[in-house]
Design a binder for this molecule. Structure first.
Ligand SMILES: Cc1ncc(COP(=O)(O)O)c(C=O)c1O
Length: 381
């Protein structure tokens, strides 16, 4: 089996699993308890806060643990609106993950005005349009740092700086960026940032919301006042410990692991280009993640190709995992001007540091075989 769907989720690093195990066993205390069991759990949570903060270039106090990327995004956007009741305008882009897209659509139904910034063929929003969109009644700008389908990187530093200068709250959805590219919040003036552990070899259902010190952000989830009132509910101690370990490992791998991942992805793309005439790559004209490859093989429906590849032992994706059950063409590719038929023939292969060059070679062979089978009308043989 070859796993090339790392933007959907990554396999947990064995060291992450090892770090978590005691907290699923004998170290089961509730971090809010004042006794020794509780103190041990609290110490583990605080150690993880430091590890995650270090990866982000953020003080530990700015790190709020959540139940994943989606929760962090909802907390950021609804929190910014709650903190500024007089402001009801939101700026976002046409290529957001559904966590942001569906939330903003709902907020529009609740009376907010949403500006959806269009993107060009490279997946980039026009910066003049962006600056024009910022208004005195803008409550928050929320922008994906690295798009999950194409890997396209948005100019978050410049966009955050422009918002900051106009005193507009800026949130970056960095769920796909953290662990894959350097994210240093000492240099990038975002006010809020979301990440999720399972995208960098940590556990699922564990996320983080960075809240810049001094920013008052009302909580989304009320209750027992955990996370200093910013996210109530007994902490997922094992998950948080796993995220801390994953953050440390991801930070260490940025310099050596990620160039290796980029080399694998580039070799894979060179092979695709060589073997399949007419292939069309998406999002490769500008800056993008080192691990992601998105392309169309026109005339071959990606849904069928995915199924044959799965049969051959190769896991990849059509666009985002969250929308894989839906028949529509990807809204991200459509926003980049890709025609519907081409969007429906698009596949995403996403690598991680746990892949090997042999995986890239194996995927190429499987792709050739899948296309041969589809052409001969025998996908299941
Ligand atoms: C860019 C982006 N944002 C948000 C999310 C949502 O994260 P989670 O599934 O951890 O809630 C994802 C997950 O695919 C993502 O890729």
């Amino acid at each position: 089996m070859i796993y090339l769907d790392n933007n959907a989720t990554t396999p947990p690093d064995p060291l992450v699993r090892e770090a978590m195990l005691p907290y699923l066993g004998e170290k089961f205390g509730n971090p809010s308890s004042p006794h020794a069991f509780g103190r041990a759990a609290k110490a583990a949570v605080e150690r993880a806060r430091g590890q995650v903060g270090f990866l982000l270039g953020a003080p530990p106090d700015a790190v709020v643990f959540t139940g994943g990327g989606t929760e962090s995004i909802n907390t950021a956007v609804r929190g910014a609106l709650a903190a500024q009741p007089g402001k009801r305008h939101i700026v976002t882009t046409a290529i957001e993950h559904s966590a942001t897209k569906v939330l903003c659509e709902q907020l529009a139904r609740e009376g907010c005005e949403v500006t959806w910034l269009a993107v060009d063929q490279a997946g980039q929003p026009d910066q003049t349009d962006y600056l024009k969109s910022l208004r005195p009644d803008t409550a928050i700008v929320t922008v994906v740092w690295a798009n999950n389908e194409t890997g396209v990187l948005l100019p978050i530093e410049a966009m955050a700086r422009a918002a900051d200068e106009r005193r507009v709250v800026f949130h970056a959805d960095a769920v796909q960026a953290v662990g894959k590219i350097p994210v240093d919040l000492r240099k990038v003036p975002v006010h809020l940032l979301s990440a999720a552990a399972h995208k960098f070899h940590g556990p699922k259902g564990t996320g983080v919301l960075f809240v810049r010190p001094g920013l008052g952000l009302p909580p989304l989830i009320l209750g027992g006042d955990q996370e200093r009132g910013r996210r109530s509910g007994t902490e997922n101690v094992a998950g948080i410990v796993g995220m801390g370990a994953a953050a440390e490992l991801a930070g260490a791998a940025l310099e050596t692991g990620m160039p290796r991942v980029a080399a694998m992805r580039d070799a894979f793309e060179a092979g695709v280009r060589e073997r399949f005439a007419g292939v069309r790559f998406h999002g490769d004209q500008g800056p993008r993640l080192p691990n992601t490859s998105n392309f169309a093989l026109p005339g071959l429906p990606s849904r069928d190709l995915l199924a044959v590849l799965d049969h051959l032992g190769v896991a990849c994706s059509i666009g985002s995992a969250c929308s894989s059950g839906a028949p529509d063409a990807s809204h991200v590719l459509r926003a980049m001007g890709v025609l519907e038929e081409e969007a429906k023939s698009s596949l995403r292969f996403s690598f991680s540091r746990m892949n090997t060059p042999a995986d890239a070679g194996g995927a190429l062979s499987a792709l050739s075989e899948a296309i041969r089978r589809m052409a001969s009308g025998a996908p299941g043989d």
